[in-house]
Design a protein around this ligand. Structure first.
Ligand code: DCP
Length: 114
């Protein structure tokens, strides 16, 4: 995550684009890219793990769009002064406490139902 943050910061600085990269714009850009991911799955029926039947071009497009989402997410966190690597670790620890494996094994119910 730190490598992505640093490389995107360089990309943005080199183009004098920080003036456009406020949190709201980054959020909108990220949501737009999520829409582009959704578009790839649209009208094709359910997709099993590994996306059997998808062409190499579809897969490459998906890789591009997922990357765009991640790039904007990482920069959004930075511009909101959220330390994303630390925050993710804290959140995953919270998730483990909220959903103890012994209690929820094999069930996808929300924690409020336990
Ligand atoms: N103002 C901008 C424009 C682009 N990018 C970077 C981050 C994304 O990774 C990628 C997004 O580029 P595009 O807006 O051209 O979007 P796509 O690559 O998805 O192209 P298209 O919309 O044609 O599919 O470029 C950026 O940081 N800031």
């Amino acid at each position: 995550i730190e490598d992505i943050r640093r490389m995107q910061a360089e990309f943005t600085d080199e183009r004098d684009w920080n003036q456009f990269h406020q949190p709201r714009n980054l959020l909108l850009a990220m949501v737009g890219e999520v829409g582009e991911v959704a578009e790839l799955f649209q009208w094709r029926g359910d997709a099993a793990e590994g996306l059997p039947g998808w062409s190499e071009t579809d897969r490459e497009n998906l890789a591009h769009e997922l990357s765009d989402v991640l790039i904007y997410l990482v920069e959004l966190a930075e511009k909101c002064h959220v330390d994303l690597p630390q925050a993710v670790l804290r959140k995953m620890a919270l998730n483990r406490r909220k959903y103890p494996a012994s209690k929820v094994h094999g069930s996808a119910k929300k924690y409020t139902e336990y």
